[in-house]
Design a protein around this ligand. Sequence first.
Ligand code: XMP
Length: 308
Amino acid sequence: MLDPSSFIKESIDEIQKKIGDKKTIIALSGGVDSSVASVLVSEAIGNNLTAIFVNHGLLREGEADYVKKTFEKRLNLKYINASEEFLNKLKGVEDPEEKRKIIGKVFIQVFEREAEKVGAEFLVQGTIAPDWIESDGDIKTHHNVALPHGMVLKLVEPIRELYKNEVRIIGAEMGLPEEIIKRQPYPGPGLAVRIVGALTQEKIEICRKANAIVEEEVQKLGLDKTLWQYFAVLTNTKVTGVKGDMRDYGHLIVLRMVESLDAMTADVPELPWEMVKTMSKRITAEIPEVTHVALSVSDKPPSTIEFA
Ligand code: XMP
């Protein structure tokens, strides 16, 4: 059984011994794992940890401000708005895996640039037990990571032995807000995996607004406590609609809401019909570019949770 206060105390001791007074960085995403790892290491070494939060232009509505507001007093936070850099590289790219690869590559470039400015010697990662047990069963800690331009950083993984529920317990013990601890998983490439086909600023805005409506309506009913993920997808299908007495030709949004334990499989549960209808009405009313809203009812497998 995990004893949160002794875990925190022992971790802080270990981190101090390992890092000493060296500069250290972490990529803070605002997800629970990197948030808990950041706060834990910051307790141990204070401002020698720089938490780098990269905005890739594919974040949810309000996310950048929320992360800044939540962490700027608590961490030595460096906010980097690299939206343009990411979107330029993604221009015209349709293939989902290609989009992921580009986002990963640009992310490392931006992060490495910042790491160099900080003069960091250590890199903290919010790796948790399932990340390494499921991926390669590697029980040894990798001690070093080499970034593409040859920079080598020593790795610190303070929550490596923990499972998600334990990470949440530690986060709560360290006073992180419930919104951070209990939030739904949000994929690293962000809205890029929820927009089918090539990204444009207009499509990102549409998907972001629709997603905000889905989140709001789910949270109103408290279903955020039982759903694993809930979001909107912007398809690359255009459909005919009618606005006033005029025919219209607009986007098709799909509502995706699933239950799951570990994202390996997922089910679409029965959903309150009123909520689904409200989402549809709000999305078509508040986002004029959308003419049609559909509900995804496919489980994983055979479908994946994300669309792209
Ligand atoms: P799929 O769509 O494969 O997703 O059923 C399973 C879980 O993984 C998340 N996901 C990602 N997370 N980078 C991430 O950090 C990615 O490229 C990515 N693709 C999918 C997805 O949100 C779900 O929780």
